[in-house]
Structures are given as C-alpha cells and as structure tokens.
Design a protein around this ligand. Structure first.
Ligand code: FAD
Length: 397
C-alpha cells in the first residue's frame, strides 16, 4: 500500500506527524512537493530559502532510502496525478490556516473523494492546534493574548515524533530536478534547511538563560533567529519548545504568540487586509514619498532607518526594530499598515500571513493590542534599547 505526503511549509523529517504516520501505516511513501506558480515571485528572499530547504529535505529523505518528488503546477492536480501514477491510496498533509492554504485543503479533499483517495490532515505547524482551546466566555477563538497564553499553558501536548528510520518509495517514480538556486535580494540572508536550523538551535540554546535580559537589546542580537526556520517548518515548534523546557518562560511565551496569531488567522482569514478589531476606525494618509523613504531606510530617524536597512540586508529584522519601524509608519507617518505589511512581506524570510498581519495590526491599533492607542516614540525607544547607538551605527554608519 502506498501513500503520498504532500509537503508545504513543513520542510523537515523530524517531528513530522504526517510523514511519521504514513511511514507507520503504509509500505511505500512518496514525499511530494509541488512548486506552485500561484505562490511564486512574492519574495525572492523566501523563494531562495525555500529552494535551499527543499534541497536539504531531499538529502534527508535520500539518507533514509526515500526521495523528494518535485512537481510544478497546481498542488491539488499534481497530487491527484501522482496518486494515479503510483497507485496511492492515501494522502497526508499538515493542516494550515491561511485562506489560500485552507482553500487548497478543501479542493484537495473534494478531488480525493472523487478519486477514492483517503485524505488525512495532521498537526505540526503550531504547538497547540488552532481551535484546540476556546474561550470559556464564548467566541470561536481568543482575541487577546493574555488569556490565550494562560489557556495554552494548560493544553496537553502531543508526543514529539522521531524522524522515520526508513522510507520506501515505489519503484520507478520520476523524482524531478530542483531548478538552479534562484537569487534572493538580501546579501546577508540566512540559508534555509532543516540541517542549518538544527545546528542554529543547538548553538543558540546555551544562551537561553540570558533571553529575558537580552531579547530587547538591539545591538546584542540575542534572540534565536529561528523564525525563518519555523516559517518553513524546517523546525517543529513543538520540538523547539520541548528543547527550551520551562513552558512558562519568556522564550516559549514568544512561541505562544505565534500560535496565538495562527488561531486568530484560522478564525479570521481576512487578517492580512481587514481590521481585526471590531469597531476599529481607519483613516490613513496617502503619501508615496514618505512610504518610499521609510521603505528605503531614509526617513532621517536613525533607529527607523537602521531597522529598515537591516531588513533589506538580512531579510530579517530584530523584533524591537519591527515594533519601532511599524509604529513609526502607522502612528507617526499615519500610513496604512497594509503598505508596511507588503514591504515586510517582500523582504522577510520569516514573512507569513498570520504573524506578519497579526503583528502589523497589533502595532497599528487595529488588531489584538488591548491598548490600540499605544505609540512608540522612536527616540525614546532608541535611548532604551540601543543606548550606545551601536545598532544604528551598524546599519547606517
Ligand atoms: P525569538 O525572540 O527568538 O522568538 C522565538 C520565536 O517565537 C520566533 O522565531 C517566532 O517564531 C516566535 N515569535 C517571537 N515573537 C513573536 C511575535 N511577536 N509574534 C509571533 N511570533 C513570535 N514573525 C514572523 O515569524 N513572521 C512575520 O512575518 C513577522 N512579522 C512581524 C511584523 C511586525 C510589524 C512585528 C512587530 C513583528 C513581526 N514578527 C513576525 C514577530 C517577531 O518580530 C519575529 O518572530 C522575531 O523577531 C523573530 O526573531 P527570532 O526568531 O530571533 O525570535
């Protein structure tokens, strides 16, 4: 018996519930990734990172006797076609939250039914699945982080899964070549892949006890920088949380923010273009010159310009700088958060619908912040989080 595991943004072999279940229940397993033209071209940085991650995944699957089958086109049509070619009976997929991913899931379900294939969705993108905790007072999801975090801490977690020891492909499946590595836009972008991610986690964890003191220190750069790897699923968030220990500690709390925005996106898939907070008023200015200056890191406000230049150079920006630059765009310049979100979406290696939009809306005051009028004064922020001006010098000097 044969099953297909359709990989999407879960590009790893460790703690991969869909892959582990397929290997346990089927004699032959076909790991598949479909390069979807509908998702291509939004972010050259992420496209490069994706291709690096696919190459690494293919190597890990080959080490286990399997391979990664690569196809181009519509993931649904390609999965059904491959199922016919290899005589598959089942398809496994990690459940996702964005509107696009949910639509893909629905289409896949309908096509699988039509072709008498068994489709099973698996957890793995978050630590606690969206919808697994519901507010006691009613509502389909948590709209505020504090109560969500308290409920989240009480949820029993699934057991972490080992990477499959052996994967057996059916005979004679054409696996397809990975195209040449596409160029990114940021010269200092981190490379993709589960192997790099696991090394990064090993190297960073010994500094975890300093996270609480250092995570807001812009020049100290003491955060994990695991976000791109979590974005593409090169690491399992559950495995990262387990390695970190202390479920109530400050680092795992940040991973909970990620789960929080995923459950918000599952319940409100318009999060990337409509105000999340009921009754939020929006009145943004239109000023293309101011937007261009912000985008290119030439507003004249050093800490804002430093953040935007880090984004362009690395495809990543420190969280404190994201807060400062986003607040400056929306609250000082009065420009629409959607314009800022689009700029971040182009450059960020970790850019994803839930976290990008959830955070942008939090800062803009249209989202889940219980103090929507909050505004960060960039000069005071710089005094506090870059007191020696080292971060500003690093990026604007
Ligand atoms: P660490 O401090 O080491 O945290 C560990 C992990 O926790 C991160 O890798 C990330 O997965 C998660 N995390 C931490 N902070 C947050 C947060 N505020 N919200 C959600 N998850 C969090 N993060 C993204 O992953 N993708 C985005 O597109 C994104 N856009 C953002 C836009 C704005 C305007 C702001 C203010 C924040 C955004 N963030 C986004 C959240 C945060 O800035 C990054 O997750 C963090 O800087 C990544 O660095 P790190 O891995 O070193 O984080």
């Amino acid at each position: 018996r044969t099953a297909i595991v359709l990989f999407t943004r879960d590009l790893r072999v460790h703690d991969h519930p869909a892959l582990a279940a397929a290997c346990a229940a089927f004699d032959r397993v076909v790991p598949l990734y479909v390069l979807d033209p509908a998702l291509a071209g939004r972010s050259p940085n992420r496209t490069r990172f994706l291709h690096q991650s696919l190459a690494d995944l293919r190597a890990a699957l080959r080490d286990r006797g399997g391979d990664l089958v690569l196809r181009h086109g519509d993931p649904v049509a390609e999965t059904i076609r491959l199922a016919g070619e290899v005589g598959a009976e089942g398809v496994g997929l990690s459940a996702d939250v964005s509107r696009y991913a949910r639509r893909r899931e629905r289409r896949l379900r309908a096509e699988c039914e039509r072709h008498r294939l068994h489709l099973r969705l698996f957890p793995g993108l978050t630590i606690v699945e969206p919808g697994a905790v519901r507010p006691t007072g009613g509502g389909d999801h948590y709209r505020v982080f504090g109560p969500y975090h308290r409920a989240w801490l009480g949820v029993a977690r699934r057991a972490e899964l080992a990477a499959p020891a052996r994967i057996t492909l059916p005979d004679r499946v054409p696996v397809g070549r990975l195209p040449a590595l596409p160029p990114g836009e940021s010269p200092h972008a981190a490379p993709g892949g589960e192997s790099v991610a696991r090394r990064r986690l090993d190297e960073w964890l010994p500094t975890l006890d300093r996270y609480d003191d250092l995570h807001d220190d812009l020049a100290g750069d003491g955060t994990s920088r695991l976000s791109p790897y979590l974005r593409f699923g090169c690491l399992s968030p559950l495995a990262v949380a387990n390695r970190a220990g202390d479920p109530g500690g400050p680092f795992v709390r940040q991973l909970c923010w990620r789960d929080f925005f995923y459950q918000a996106t599952a319940a409100f898939p318009d999060i990337n273009h409509r105000a999340y907070r009921r009754g939020a008023t929006e009145a943004w200015r239109d000023d293309p010159d101011a937007l261009a200056a912000w985008t290119e890191g030439r507003t004249g406000v050093p800490i804002v310009d430093a953040g935007m230049r880090q984004l362009r150079a690395e495809g990543w920006m420190h969280n404190r700088a994201r807060l400062i630059t986003a607040s400056y765009l929306t609250k000082q310049l009065g420009l629409d958060w959607r314009a800022g979100l689009a700029v971040f979406d182009r450059w960020l290696l970790d850019g994803d619908v839930a976290n990008n939009a959830g955070n942008w809306q939090w800062v803009a005051g249209t989202g889940s912040d219980t103090k929507p009028y909050r505004r960060f004064n960039p000069y005071r922020q710089a005094e506090r989080y870059d007191p020696d001006g080292e971060y500003v010098r690093r990026w604007t000097g």
